[in-house]
Design a protein around this ligand. Structure first.
Ligand SMILES: Cc1cc2nc3c(=O)[nH]c(=O)nc-3n(C[C@H](O)[C@H](O)[C@H](O)COP(=O)(O)O)c2cc1C
Length: 325
């Protein structure tokens, strides 16, 4: 199967920031048996992230306020990039930033790394100041995508949307901005500087990221995270994300021919199958890896059996096929 033109062995992808920087899961997980890995989000400069505690378990999932801790672009290029070719599944580079220039610089450097299969723009980190700015404002996202697209001339571009854009403007407006950025809209069609498939914006959308949340220690009466707030991931997020995938698929992605990757609370093949029926073609697994690092293999196997029981030859045929009648 393919997502944004990237050939995957199966539709189960390891989500950014939950599986190390690159292939650290290899000791516990047979990497040739996962669809792909998304790297930790990389910023232009190295980041220490937020002080601890910055990750904790809560009922229904996990709160994290990692704050985009990462080694920065130079270190990624010199120490991580040379190892990508040896990873036995496709690797998608995740890009984060605080300005358009940041994203452009990191994306341009990733475009040069032959072994990278694609790039995911993280415009949805709730744990840093300004981290969701691009993901919650259609005009800002449109501008960002229009500036990043030309420097990603060799790689498919996935845009990872924020669930908090679910208010006003809606996530559908945000998705539209990611698919058809303003510059292309103004010129009335595909930009001459589109990606490998000539699209003016995203080749696929990841929906979505964590939801801003908070936990309080009732004895000390202090927030449990040093950052006060963090992002909720895991099972509690799943039904929220299924709805967002359904909205974006039915209202914009389907007609635009853009694939959706469902992200949020997948720990069983049934969770993944729900995302597929809502409109996703692949899923990402994050928090569930902390409890069972081998679960992606179980999920991929369950999806394959489900596809056979549904009497279709490929999972793509099931994407968006929820029956609303
Ligand atoms: C500890 C931790 C670190 C994360 N770091 C990143 C990151 O660097 N970039 C990113 O796009 N998402 C990051 N995420 C969000 C996940 O990729 C995923 O979107 C989210 O956790 C929802 O999926 P899940 O419920 O399967 O975990 C992180 C999540 C966790 C729990």
């Amino acid at each position: 199967m393919r997502i944004a033109g990237i050939r995957l062995r199966n539709p189960v992808i390891l989500a950014a920031g939950t599986c190390g920087h690159l292939d650290e899961m290899a000791d516990v997980l047979d990497l040739p048996r996962v669809g792909a890995i998304v790297t930790k989000s990389i910023t232009r400069l190295p980041r220490e992230g937020n002080p601890t505690w910055r990750i904790l378990e809560c009922r229904g999932g996990m709160l994290n306020a990692i704050g985009l801790a990462n080694p920065g672009l130079d270190s990624f290029v010199s120490h991580v990039a040379p190892r990508i070719a040896g990873v036995p599944c496709p690797v998608i580079g995740s890009v984060a930033g605080f300005s358009i220039d940041d994203y452009v610089q990191v994306a341009a450097a990733m475009d040069e790394i032959d072994a990278l299969a694609g790039v995911e723009l993280n415009v949805s980190c709730p744990n840093v100041h300004g981290g969701t700015e691009f993901g919650s404002d259609p005009a800002a996202l449109s501008d960002l995508v229009a500036k990043v697209r030309p420097v990603l001339s060799r790689k498919p571009m996935i845009v990872k949307l924020s669930p908090i854009a679910a208010g006003l403007p809606t996530i559908v407006d945000i998705a539209r901005a990611a698919i058809t950025p303003a510059a292309a809209a103004r010129s009335g069609g595909a930009s001459p500087s589109g990606g490998p498939d000539g699209r003016p914006g995203a080749d696929a959308l990841s929906i979505s990221n964590t939801i801003p949340a908070m936990a309080i220690d009732v004895e000390s009466r202090r927030p449990r995270l040093a950052n006060t707030t963090g992002g909720l991931s895991g099972p509690a997020l799943h039904p929220v994300a299924v709805r967002l995938v359904h909205l974006v698929y039915t209202q914009v992605a389907k007609d635009a021919g853009i694939q959706v990757i469902g992200v949020g609370g997948v720990s069983t093949w049934r969770d993944a199958a729900e995302f597929i029926l809502a409109g996703a073609t692949a899923v990402q697994v994050g928090t569930a890896l902390f409890a069972d690092p081998r679960c992606p293999i179980r999920i991929a196997k369950g999806l394959k059996n489900w596809t056979l029981r549904q009497h279709v030859s490929s999972i793509e045929e099931l994407a968006g096929s929820v029956s609303l009648a």
